[in-house]
Ligand binder design. Sequence first.
Ligand SMILES: [Zn+2]
Length: 219
Amino acid sequence: MNTEEHRRLRDLLGAYSLDQLSADERTGVRAHLDGCAECRAELAAIAPLAAPLRLIDPDRLELSPEVPPVWLEDSIVAAIKSEPRRIRPTRRWLAAAAAVLLVGGAGTGLGYALAPDPPKIPLEPVQVTAIAAGVQSTADVVPHTWGMEIKLTGSGYEDGKRYHVVVLGADGRVAPAGEFIGTGAKRMLCNLNSSVLRRDARTFEVLDETDRVVLRGQV
Ligand SMILES: [Zn+2]
């Protein structure tokens, strides 16, 4: 394996995945891919992320090598600018954006930005009743294969005091769902996880340090 050729062609994979290479470059990349499992793996990793970029026609964007397009997330621009060795300044920003994916950690923001819509989380609002004075809360539950998640928002939980949450199952089981610290008048959002499946859960309770119930939810 010619290491220098490998490095050079690996740098082109982002542009290759976006079909931004000249015919000669493309032929070179294809020939290299035949013999380089590492580059094949990198290409397989970036191809799905590059797909949304491929829908953009770069010829209609008047991209300048110096000025990042406004739609490119700041984190991606920063990542591209911090990688002058890997990404040539003359490369189109589109190709550079895809190439950032090859830089590993620096591409994290890009993966987020380019990934297709995240799967919708099936939030289910549930009825809650505040028992302690001053507590105001809303709650949504999320069914998981491993149990049920409670997304609790609220205020009026005493500042600095510890609260714990339990889920009561139809079979009478009481399962812990986690703890949080009260934030007083400041609104908080916390995620609580229990091992009771959504279909088996009946109620959840928020209890204070003395095990007094301060909030109850019907699920
Ligand atoms: Zn290679």
